[in-house]
Design a protein around this ligand. Structure first.
Ligand SMILES: *[C@@H]1O[C@H](CO)[C@@H](O)[C@H](O)[C@H]1NC(C)=O
Ligand SMILES: *[C@@H]1O[C@H](CO)[C@@H](O)[C@H](O)[C@H]1NC(C)=O
Ligand SMILES: *[C@@H]1O[C@H](CO)[C@@H](O)[C@H](O)[C@H]1NC(C)=O
Ligand SMILES: *[C@@H]1O[C@H](CO)[C@@H](O)[C@H](O)[C@H]1NC(C)=O
Ligand SMILES: *[C@@H]1O[C@H](CO)[C@@H](O)[C@H](O)[C@H]1NC(C)=O
Ligand SMILES: *[C@@H]1O[C@H](CO)[C@@H](O)[C@H](O)[C@H]1NC(C)=O
Ligand SMILES: *[C@@H]1O[C@H](CO)[C@@H](O)[C@H](O)[C@H]1NC(C)=O
Ligand SMILES: *[C@@H]1O[C@H](CO)[C@@H](O)[C@H](O)[C@H]1NC(C)=O
Ligand SMILES: *[C@@H]1O[C@H](CO)[C@@H](O)[C@H](O)[C@H]1NC(C)=O
Ligand SMILES: *[C@@H]1O[C@H](CO)[C@@H](O)[C@H](O)[C@H]1NC(C)=O
Ligand SMILES: *[C@@H]1O[C@H](CO)[C@@H](O)[C@H](O)[C@H]1NC(C)=O
Ligand SMILES: *[C@@H]1O[C@H](CO)[C@@H](O)[C@H](O)[C@H]1NC(C)=O
Length: 432
């Protein structure tokens, strides 16, 4: 009897011990102690003012798929898309990017679009630094001027969100901005325009400016306006209706520029020399303009940069050149073969002539994509003149050649291209 009662007591102790251990391991234990320990400790919830600001913002939005249905309850820091500073619990991030895009899954995208109006209660988010509304559908309404008062914004993405009208110069008040993405795809009703770009002077730290498909016809001096941005790394002004690409520029401020996309505009000059002085440029995309003339000086300029920088141990940075569908002509200069970092070269849709030799490809060890469709079916004016046992320095994944004579014999060098997953040859003069 005594023995069994002793066993009973020790089992009970054991159980109580297990009970405490399991309490220690759960969050309910933490919640038990929170009211006592957090009086002067960290803050656990977002502020009432910021919560009200978010609810006001939600109030005027349309949300057919219920993406904001988690926006209920005490702590707005737990709401979907809302990010708070870990110590102050201020709302610093609002990521409401549509998780679907029209090109992946149109129906899902269409269902998941937020829309409606933007309530100015948003201005109560005084600490907001990251705001992404991309891929939603604001159905052609204007970008509200008051967004220019979200003065802590560093990242602002309204791309593909179907705003239209004049982009308010008030955005120029966002002096801390590093990323401004207003790209669109030009689908109706997205017709944004800009009447002057002088307001970009307000962005001393801007690294990324995206305005694809924004109408800049009224801004002939766009380059001078952009030239006040010393921190710029990426500039996207594709299909903006630009007509003037100045042949000279007194001094370049955006020397850190690494990606420049000016495709689909209406430039009808030759390629300006200052472009080859941008020594950090790794992607130039000038396709679909009406650029004329030869590219020899431009390519020589690029390869000279690389020549001088090889000496101090740096490689040329250019990785991607797209000059497709312009009215360029003449020969393709040998110095293109010195751009040793080149990964993608698209010279299609121009009127090239002359011979391409081994030298044209000498240092292109990283090249993966080569596109060379020459205008003019009748006369093959461009000839690939390489030895029959040429072993190219590259392993391409993509080759597109048209109206370039590589025959009449089957080109043996093609057999060395063992990584190919796309090969298109048209009118290349191979007789079989
Ligand atoms: C913002 O939303 C609130 C509802 O939370 C509404 O009462 C108010 O009128 C809206 N403000 C504006 C400026 O539309
Ligand atoms: C906040 O905390 C989360 C989770 O611990 C962490 O992933 C995140 O990096 C932190 N954010 C900052 C800004 O420190
Ligand atoms: C997108 O969905 C809405 C209904 O939510 C529909 O009225 C509209 O026609 C759809 N848009 C397109 C382009 O299919
Ligand atoms: C938000 O909705 C309220 C009530 O319908 C309306 O009075 C207000 O004007 C709306 N705000 C905006 C910015 O459209
Ligand atoms: C802005 O959003 C789009 C679409 O969600 C995205 O593809 C793009 O990379 C974003 N821009 C920046 C600068 O992050
Ligand atoms: C979108 O805008 C068009 C034209 O302004 C209008 O007819 C249509 O009702 C709007 N759709 C929504 C959902 O507001
Ligand atoms: C914001 O910018 C606009 C237009 O550039 C200007 O008129 C306005 O005074 C600025 N507002 C503030 C608060 O700086
Ligand atoms: C370069 O940028 C600075 C700062 O924005 C500006 O003051 C200067 O005028 C710019 N230089 C040129 C040549 O535009
Ligand atoms: C590159 O540098 C070498 C040696 O310094 C020089 O001989 C050559 O002419 C340079 N090439 C170009 C294209 O400047
Ligand atoms: C290239 O085109 C220009 C006109 O755009 C013409 O003046 C020039 O003669 C052409 N050069 C060659 C080599 O065909
Ligand atoms: C280019 O290739 C030649 C030999 O093919 C080599 O000697 C030279 O170092 C290469 N230059 C660069 C910049 O890669
Ligand atoms: C171009 O190559 C062909 C042989 O394919 C040769 O007959 C011709 O002389 C070459 N032209 C030049 C300018 O080197």
């Amino acid at each position: 009897m005594v023995i069994s009662s002793h066993i009973f007591m020790s089992t009970l102790h054991h159980l109580i011990l297990i009970f405490f251990i399991s309490l220690l391991g759960t969050s309910s234990y933490l919640q038990l102690i929170k009211p006592i320990s957090c009086t002067k400790g960290p803050i656990f919830k977002c502020s009432e003012v910021e919560k009200a600001a978010l609810l006001g913002f939600k109030y005027n939005l349309t949300d057919p798929s219920g993406r904001l249905s988690s926006w209920v309850g005490e702590d707005c820091c737990n709401w979907l898309g809302v990010g708070c500073d870990n110590s102050t619990r201020n709302v610093v991030k609002l990521d409401l990017r549509n998780p679907f895009s029209w090109f992946d899954d149109f129906d899902q995208y269409n269902k998941s679009c937020l829309g409606g109006k933007i309530n100015s209660s948003l201005l109560d988010l005084k600490h907001l630094s990251y705001f992404d509304l991309s891929l939603n559908n604001f159905n052609g309404t204007n970008i509200p001027k008051f967004l220019g008062s979200l003065e802590n914004l560093r990242y602002f993405n309204l791309s593909f969100s179907m705003f239209s009208g004049v982009i308010p110069p008030h955005l120029g008040n966002l002096s801390r901005l590093q990323y401004l993405d207003l790209n669109s795809n030009g689908f109706y009703p997205t017709l944004n325009q800009v009447e002057s770009l002088e307001w970009v002077v307000g962005f001393p730290s801007l690294k990324y400016l995206g305005m694809d498909y924004v109408n800049l016809e009224k801004v002939p001096d766009w380059l001078h306006a952009i030239n006040v941005l010393p921190s710029l790394r990426e500039l996207h002004l594709a299909s903006c209706g630009l007509i003037s690409l100045p042949s000279s520029i007194s001094s370049i401020n955006f020397t850190l520029l690494s990606v420049l996309d000016l495709s689909g505009n209406d430039f009808s000059t030759s390629i300006p020399q200052w472009l080859s002085h941008l020594t950090n440029l790794r992607s130039l995309n000038l396709g679909g303009n009406n650029l004329i003339g030869e590219i020899t000086e431009f390519v020589d300029g690029l390869s000279q940069c690389s020549n001088s920088s090889s000496e101090d141990g740096n490689l040329p940075s250019m990785q991607e050149i797209d000059l497709s569908f312009n009215q360029l002509n003449g020969t393709i200069p040998k110095n293109i073969g010195k751009l040793s970092r080149l990964v993608s070269l698209d010279l299609s849709g121009n009127s090239w002539e002359g011979n391409l030799t081994e030298a044209h490809f000498q240092n292109l060890t990283w090249l993966k994509s080569l596109k060379l469709y020459v205008e003019g079916y009748a006369k093959a004016t461009l000839v690939l003149d390489v030895k029959h046992d040429w072993v190219p320095p590259f392993k391409l994944t993509e080759i597109e050649l048209a109206n370039v004579r590589i025959g009449p014999n089957f080109p043996a060098w093609l057999k060395t291209q063992i990584e190919l997953n796309y090969l298109a040859l048209e009118n290349v003069g191979i007789s079989c």
